[in-house]
Design a protein around this ligand. Structure first.
Ligand code: MG
Length: 251
């Protein structure tokens, strides 16, 4: 099932994508998916980020080739950080280049959206807490990230977390789906979702040992090698095969 969040008559509504039509549902999909009987045409420009995060939890280095990309040691446990909910950006939304940065990078990732309150979850139970999977661009002001001891500012600007275009509830990252990022149609990142050093069940146990994840929260699993800079006017496309294309321009 492909879940989308879409603007309809001025309201944010959840729905199920069926071809070129969105079958709207009652409320949110976290407890159950109940069709409301309304349908709207699929309009990419009306899509909203398919989540309702109180926090966006990200993994810093989870692909070996990216972990060594900046010449730093490979961590022994996952490095986690939080992007504020205010950094959330819609599929096809514009990323705002901060005037205080001279180096803003794309980081194509896949993420998952939390379905129900998750506290001290065991790895083997992880799947029942996951609504489904989506694409994330963990936009990063690299110069600021390197200058500050904490990553909060470099990762936390408004618009720095495009998520979408949809949540695929049947996606299985262990299947090794291709994950790619293009900058202006030039392929930059190319890996598979089974290349994580720490897989999704491990991450669920690791994160929820520390903090409770709530319905609608997002976990982004880290980026493969070959992150790189974007300029104003650029278009970045993150594609996870089986989920869709997350496309954002920089202004
Ligand atoms: Mg990242």
């Amino acid at each position: 099932m492909i879940l989308v969040k879409i603007r309809h008559e001025g309201l944010a509504r959840w729905g199920v994508l069926a071809g070129e039509t969105v079958l709207l549902i009652e409320g949110t999909p976290y407890e159950s998916v109940v069709p409301s009987g309304e349908t709207v045409p699929y309009d990419p420009a009306a899509l909203l980020a398919p989540c309702d995060p109180t926090k966006i939890v990200c993994i810093g280095k989870n692909y070996y080739d990216h972990a060594v990309e900046f010449g730093e040691p490979v961590p022994e446990t996952p490095t986690i950080f939080i992007k504020p909910a205010t950094s959330l950006n819609d599929p096809f939304g514009e990323v705002e280049y901060p005037s205080c940065s001279q180096r803003v990078d794309f980081e194509g990732e896949f993420g998952f959206v939390i379905k129900k309150t998750a506290h001290k979850v065991r790895a083997e139970d992880a799947a029942e807490y996951i609504l489904g999977y989506t694409c994330v661009n963990d936009v990063t002001a690299r110069d600021i990230q390197k200058k500050d001891a904490q990553w909060t500012r470099g990762k936390g600007f408004d618009t720095f977390c495009p998520v979408g275009p949809a949540v695929e509830t049947d996606f299985d990252p262990s299947s090794g789906a291709r994950i790619r990022t293009w900058l202006n149609d030039e392929l930059k990142q190319d890996s598979t979702t089974d290349n994580l050093m720490w897989d999704v069940p491990f991450l669920m146990e690791f994160i929820t040992e520390c903090m409770t994840l709530l319905p609608g929260d997002v976990v982004s699993t880290g980026t493969p090698v070959n992150v790189g800079p974007m300029q104003r006017g650029d278009t970045v496309r993150v594609r996870v095969d089986g989920i869709g294309d997350l496309i954002n321009t920089v202004r």
